[in-house]
Design a protein around this ligand. Structure first.
Ligand code: PAZ
Length: 325
């Protein structure tokens, strides 16, 4: 596979690249239904809550996107992301009083499921006789907590879950969400923890049927996914508080790359993380400071997302008071 470098068309503007991406993408299923769900969710969370202010709304993106190699897809390019960051952060955002739009990869980690085993349905329950099942004693507390917290968030209208698989679905849904949230201005936050593909095969250049084996060389041309952070910031949601993530495996280049992204895409903060230590430590890079955020090992809720969301929520509150950057 020729995946060493995306094909950059010389002189092509970002606008043209973005247009080409969306024109080539297979239309999103049920986009009207998604817009309707979003409008209801935003309306419901825009009347004053207990503190007299309208709730803040965050769009948390989570998990990795796929880039299909065939239109009738058998094979695709994927990445490592489990969705743990996004699912855990969603729980802390809800605790901090946000309403959350959880845009996540189908099958990735879900909020409130961290204390459950890998295969909860089969491991947490047991048959008692032919027609009954019950929760196994060892998991009864965890199952109850997960079901109650999830039910409370969803039925209370505070958690809206939307799923994607491909990079095409992800970016089309992100656009719909951003445009829908534009009406609430700085009260909206984007927390872009999903690991979105950097490369894709344009739909029109993709073969329809399963690629046949036989040749030693699989010659697939991948092109760069346009830099949608710029579009999000400048066109889709110019007033929203935007947090992007930078992942590297080489810690020597991490902070430099995060600062470059902060400046280039005019983000309000970039969360820098290194692959192997990402669950213990991140650095929040802003125009005024770099804050190291670590998990507190002395606490039972010792996720790095706990202090991270606290910090970002404070920064967002300050931004709402004094929008503009
Ligand atoms: O999903 P996960 O918990 O396994 O990993 C989280 C993460 C490393 C994908 C996230 O923190 C992140 O850095 N997302 C952006 C990745 C990127 O640079 O594309």
């Amino acid at each position: 596979m020729d995946a060493t470098k995306g094909l950059e068309v010389p002189g092509e503007t970002l606008e043209a690249e973005v247009k080409a991406f969306f024109d080539s993408a297979p239309p999103l299923q049920n986009s009207d239904g998604i817009t309707q769900q979003l409008d209801q969710f935003i309306k419901r969370n825009s009347s004053p809550s207990e503190n007299g202010k309208a709730r803040r709304i965050v769009c948390v993106t989570s998990g990795g996107t796929t880039a299909p190699l065939e239109q009738r897809c058998v094979r695709y390019v994927d990445n490592f992301s489990s969705g743990h960051r996004g699912a855990t952060s969603t729980e802390y955002f809800l605790k901090a009083g946000y309403a959350v739009i959880f845009l996540n990869r189908k099958g990735s980690f879900q909020p409130f499921c961290r204390s459950l085993p890998d295969d909860p349905l089969l491991e947490c329950f047991k048959p008692t006789d032919e027609s009954n099942i019950q929760v196994c004693e060892a998991y009864s507390e965890a199952v109850k907590r997960a079901v109650v917290d999830h039910h409370t968030a969803v039925t209370g209208g505070l958690l809206l879950k939307l799923h994607f698989n491909t990079i095409f679905e992800y970016l089309q849904m992100l656009q719909i969400i951003a445009v829908s949230l534009r009406c609430i201005g700085p009260r909206a936050m984007f927390y872009l923890a999903a690991a979105a593909s950097d490369y894709y095969v344009p739909w029109k250049e993709m073969v329809e049927h399963k690629i046949q084996s036989g040749s030693h060389l699989l010659d697939v041309k991948l092109v760069n996914v346009p830099k949608m952070l710029s579009v999000l910031r400048n066109d889709w949601a110019p007033l929203a508080f935007c947090i992007s993530f930078k992942l590297e495996t080489d810690s020597n280049i991490l902070l430099k790359k995060a600062s470059a992204a902060l400046e280039k895409y005019k983000m309000d903060a970039v969360v820098a993380n290194e692959l192997s230590s990402r669950k213990e430590q991140v650095v929040v890079v802003t125009s005024s400071e770099n804050v190291v955020v670590k998990c507190d090992k002395s606490r039972s809720d010792n996720d790095v997302e706990n202090p991270l969301i606290k910090l970002l929520s404070e920064k967002h509150a300050t931004y709402i008071e004094h929008p503009g950057r």
